[in-house]
Design a protein around this ligand. Sequence first.
Ligand code: ZN
Length: 176
Amino acid sequence: MAKVLKVAELGNPVLRSPAHPITNIADPSIQKLIDNLLKTVNKTNGVGIAAPQVFESWQLFIVASRPNLRYLHAPTMEPTPMINPEILSRSDELVEGWEGCLSVPGMRGLVKRSREIEVRYCDRFGQPHQKIFTDFVARIIQHEYDHISGKVFLDRVENTLNLMSEAEYHTRIVCA
Ligand code: ZN
C-alpha cells in the first residue's frame, strides 16, 4: 500500500544537493518510491514532486498536472514518472508564471521559464522517451528538474517584489 511521504522544506540540505542517477529502475525500493511519490503528489494538491523533496536524492520526479485547489487552471494529464531526465533543449521564448512548491509552503513567486522544452527520460519500466512539452507542463518539468539539480524556484525569482503569500495569490490571481 502506497503511503504519503513527509516533504522536506526549504533549509533542508537535501533540497540543495544534486541528485544521483538511478542505475536499477526495476529495484523494488525505486518502484515503491515511485508509488509513494504518486500518492504524495495526489494527496498534497501538487502538480509535480521530485524525489529529493521526500529526502531521496535520486534523479526522479512525477509530473501530474491537473486542476486542484492549489492550481485551479492546470491542464489534466496522466501522472508521469520521469527517471534520469535530461532537458535536451529549451526555447528562447520565455513565459512568466506564478509557481509554488510543496517544499516552500505558503509562498508563490513569479518565474520565467522556457515555453517549450525537449526532454529525454526513462519511464518506470526502463523504456526511454523523447518528447516536446509546452506551457504549463513544460513549466512543471523545469521546476522539478531544478529540484534534482539542487535548486528551488526562489532562485529564479528576479525580484523580491515578485513574491506573494499563497493566501494573497489566491485572492489576487485566481479571481483575475
Ligand atoms: Zn517544488
